[in-house]
Design a protein around this ligand. Structure first.
Ligand SMILES: Nc1nc2c(ncn2[C@@H]2O[C@H](COP(=O)(O)OP(=O)(O)OP(=O)(O)O)[C@@H](O)[C@H]2O)c(=O)[nH]1
Length: 886
């Protein structure tokens, strides 16, 4: 089909040819989303707005209908005075084979040419000729238009006549009609808009026929390559100008856009840069939050918060940083500034920690690790809250004198056990209720070993000691030991002379022999009660109990049951099916089921309370022995048992104690037994000693010699003395009292040796009394603070200063005495001490020397000190410790 044939058809039918730049106006584009997703979407231009300049020079929107109307106007007979250019009759040209961009380029090129022409017209000489020519052309065109209009009216046909000249308005009208059916076709309004974009500020007017003619490729004469390039360049320049103008317009609404930029909308999220990954929604939200915070001024630099930093005895860098709420890296940096190279897990001493804390501007509150135990210390009870409690009794005595028999006999005197119907349980302690209703608690483990073992743990469980002496055997070594143990603990004794039923029983002999050991019974004018009993026959048991109660009355044993409980562990074991079980003797308060407690290095919650009759009870009052389950571990006999407010506290104390045990064990490995002894001797410098000798005479001689040693500051305290080898009981007593054992011509038995090694008890053997006295004297001297004296060595004057690899070396002249390497030095400037430290270098010429005497020159440098000046004096001195002798 030829072009002519096409032109015959109505434009509305010629859709395919009239479609312009379909790919731009309508089509599909690929959108990318976050996480690499993409999607094809159809883009359509549905509406375009057109603006034109009105008479007042302002822009106003041109409605599509108005444009069509305006375009139709020339078709009607135009008034004679109308100045509008009239389209020159032109054959209808086919533009459909041009892409939109080509058309735009061409129009831009044409416009540029028009502008150029206008500039040429500006030339005054040519303008007149041009003007007249144009007028003639216009007149000609008008004539033709009028003729065409008349022809069209006569034909009354909406379609274009074959080869009939068609006005531009008619063409555009036809285009308009056709594009209403095909949306992708460019509309006149769109054309006008494009014109406006190219020449901003000018009203969008239809192209004049001349321009149309030039734009039409069929009417434009073929251009050379150079011309085309030039046109292209011009059109590019025009496009750029149009863009700049558009930007200028955009700038007017910049504020709005700036606000909208951060706004999240579906469009924002869906559109954007093609290709590449998008920002996630979360990222956009974060950005918005930040922008909002900035606007609200929340990003202001934070004010420094000064904290009260609690620093214990030892703290790691990390922990210190946490407590200050600072970064650990900053703390390490600060430490480097202080000359301490530390890692994050390194422990700091409180002094260094204080420097760091102050460096960061915080306040330091120093606490001791032991402060965690403060929770266990409770205020003393008021006198009116106290009520009487049963006495706690321990039975001691020599082997086979009948301790166990007596304890069993006393247990049988309990009036409640029969009534309760319970089975007697050996839980380490039991309580006897007398007919009078009075109660006595007995520790079920006889012998002084257990007693002292508990005492060595700091537990004061026993109120009264019942010393059992067999009437037929009288005072024996363990009887004497028991007396020593009771005296060392400061616990009153009651003598129970047992086996009086036996043939040959001689109680008087017992009483007399006891006198030798400073135990004076009442019959002999003393204060110690003495009861004659027979465990086997149950004689004198009530009298013994009454004596105990009398003693308790003297002691005025009272406790407050209305408070949180504490007590002492009497016995503890691991029991199958029950776990750790401890027999606790409640000393104060009332222990209840569910109470949380700490005992030794263990903690727990009371699961069940069982009394000595095997009966489950709900609570235990002071003086009552009770079996407790619900512990986390097995404590030791003599450990304290304290109810605490909560589990966290219990854990904290338990952790602290376990740590302390580990540390003590580690420290004990390093320290000698003797050092341990001195260190814990406290303010009262007393050297506790146990003496064991081969004969009584030598033991007494030793005691007399040693007690004469000492002065008002230090003294010897003989805890126990006896004849015979050193046994486990001696070691136990020495350990409990942190004492030294002296064996005079005797040795320790195997068990005692092992125990002494295990318990770190020092045993010393002698055979000459003078040696004992000499050694003890030295020990006592060691307990006195050594005297530190300073010895002046000499003076040196700094005459010159040299700097060698950053260190200052003072060129000196020794003006008095001698100067020694390794000695202490003071730097004096104008007789004022400005530094005190040590010499790091002492040289004569290039050689290191030990000392330099008066009148000689030398080079000296200070350890870790460089502020030396010519004229300074160096004072050299030595410090010596002089042990104070008795
Ligand atoms: N005749 C008589 N014998 C007694 C009396 N008390 C205890 N015995 C006997 O003395 C012996 C030792 O008694 P225990 O009760 O085992 O003595 P102990 O002090 O507990 O002994 P150890 O547990 O070895 O320290 C036993 O055979 C008892 O029968 C008593 O009052 N009269």
């Amino acid at each position: 089909m030829s072009d002519r044939d096409q032109e015959k058809k109505p434009l509305s039918l010629n859709r395919s040819k009239l479609e312009l730049s379909k790919t731009v106006e309508a089509g599909q584009v690929r959108q990318s989303f976050s996480h690499g997703r993409s999607k094809s979407v159809t883009v359509e231009v549905r509406k375009k707005r057109t603006f034109e300049k009105n008479e007042s020079g302002r822009f106003r929107e041109v409605k599509k209908d108005a444009v069509a109307e305006q375009q139709q106007q020339p078709a009607a007979p135009a008034p004679a005075t109308k100045p509008e250019p009239v389209a020159k009759p032109e054959p209808v040209e086919d533009h459909s084979n041009l892409t939109d961009s080509e058309r735009a380029a061409r129009m831009a090129a044409l416009k540029a040419a028009e502008e150029r022409r206008k500039q040429e017209e500006a030339d005054a000489a040519v303008r007149a000729a041009e003007e007249s020519k144009r007028k003639a052309e216009e007149a000609e065109r008008r004539k033709q238009e009028e003729a065409e209009a008349a022809k069209a009216a006569a034909a009354e046909a909406p379609v274009l006549e074959k080869e009939a000249p068609v006005s531009v308005e008619e063409v555009e009208k036809a285009l308009e009609a056709s594009t209403t059916k095909g949306k992708s076709k460019p509309k006149p309004a769109a054309v006008a808009k494009k014109q406006e974009e190219i020449i901003p500020g000018e009203p969008a007017e239809p192209l004049v026929p001349e321009e149309r003619r030039r734009a039409d490729p069929s009417t434009v004469k073929p251009k050379s390559r150079k011309e085309l390039d030039e046109e292209e360049a011009r059109s590019a320049a025009a496009r750029k100008r149009a863009e700049e103008e558009a930007l200028g317009r955009a700038a007017r609404t910049k504020g709005d856009e700036g606000r909208r930029r951060g706004k999240l909308s579906i469009n924002n999220a869906m559109t954007g840069d093609e290709g590449g990954r998008r920002r996630s929604m979360a990222s956009i939200k974060r950005q918005q939050a930040k922008a909002k915070a900035r606007m609200q001024g929340q990003q202001k630099p934070k004010e420094k918060i000064v904290r009260d930093v609690i620093v214990p005895d030892v703290i790691t860098v990390q922990e210190l940083a946490n407590r200050m709420a600072e970064r650990a890296a900053d703390v390490i940096k600060c430490l480097m500034g202080l000359g301490v190279m530390a890692t994050i897990n390194q422990s700091l001493d409180p002094d260094t920690a204080q420097l760091v804390v102050e460096e960061f501007g915080h306040k330091m509150k120093r606490v001791s690790d032991a402060d965690v135990e403060e929770a266990l210390v409770t205020a003393d009870d008021n006198e009116d809250q106290l009520i009487g409690r049963p006495p706690v009794v321990t039975v001691m005595g020599h082997v086979d004198h009948g301790k166990t028999s007596l304890l069993d006999a006393l247990r049988k005197t309990d009036v409640v056990s029969g009534e309760a119907g319970g089975i007697t349980q050996h839980i380490g302690a039991y309580q006897v209720t007398m007919e009078t209703g009075s109660k006595i608690t007995f520790i079920d483990t006889p012998g002084h070993a257990a007693f002292t073992e508990m005492r060595s743990r700091g537990a004061k469980v026993t109120d009264i000691v019942v010393l059992v002496v067999a009437a037929d055997d009288s005072v024996m070594p363990q009887t004497i030991e028991a007396i020593s143990h009771a005296k060392a603990a400061g616990v009153p004794m009651i003598i129970a002379i047992n086996k009086i039923d036996k043939q040959g029983a001689n109680p008087t002999k017992v009483k007399t022999e006891l006198l030798q050991h400073e135990v004076v019974v009442e019959e002999m004018g003393g204060e110690v009660q003495c009861i004659e009993v027979s465990a086997k026959q149950g004689l004198g048991l009530t009298e013994l109990e009454e004596a105990i109660l009398l003693q308790a009355e003297v002691l005025d044993l009272k406790a407050n049951p209305a408070r949180v409980a504490d007590g002492v562990v009497v016995e503890a074991r691991m029991e199958k099916g029950r776990g750790p079980v401890a027999t606790v003797l409640v000393q104060r308060g009332t222990l209840k089921n569910g109470d949380i407690f700490v005992t030794g290095a263990e903690w727990g919650r009371v699961r069940a309370l069982v009394n000595d009759h095997g009966v489950r009870i709900e609570e235990a009052i002071p003086g009552m022995p009770v079996e407790v389950t619900g512990l986390n571990g097995v404590p030791s006999a003599g450990d304290d048992f304290v109810v605490v407010e909560n589990e966290a506290k219990a854990r904290e104390i338990s952790d602290y104690r376990q740590r302390r045990i580990r540390e003590t064990q580690a420290a004990a490995m390093k320290k000698s037994a003797l050092e341990n002894m001195f260190s814990s001797s406290g303010e009262v410098k007393e050297l506790p000693i146990l003496i064991k000798g081969d004969v009584q005479g030598s033991v007494e001689a030793l005691i007399g010699t040693l007690q004469k040693l000492g002065n008002e500051e230090v003294s010897v305290r003989v805890l126990h003395s006896g004849v015979g080898g050193i046994n486990e009981s001696d070691v136990t007593l020495a350990r409990a009292s942190n004492a030294l054992i002296i064996g005079f011509n005797v040795r320790a038995n195997q068990q005692a040796r092992e125990q002494s090694r295990r318990d770190n008890v020092d045993i010393r053997y002698y055979s000459i009394i003078y040696d004992v006295a000499d050694d003890i004297k030295k020990m006592l001297s060691g307990m006195l603070s050594p005297e530190v004296r300073e010895k002046f060595l000499g003076y040196a004057e700094i005459r010159d200063i040299f700097t060698i690899s950053g260190n200052k070396i003072a060129g000196c002249m020794v003006t008095e005495g001698t100067v020694k390497r390794g000695a202490g030095v003071r730097l004096l400037r104008d007789n004022v001490v400005i530094h005190s430290g040590e010499l790091s270098t002492l040289r004569r010429f290039k050689d290191e020397v030990k000392e330099v005497r008066e009148g000689y020159e030398c080079g000296m440098s200070f350890a870790k000190y460089n502020d030396l000046q010519v004229g300074d004096m160096i004072e050299c001195f030595e410090q010596e410790e002089i042990a104070v002798e008795l």
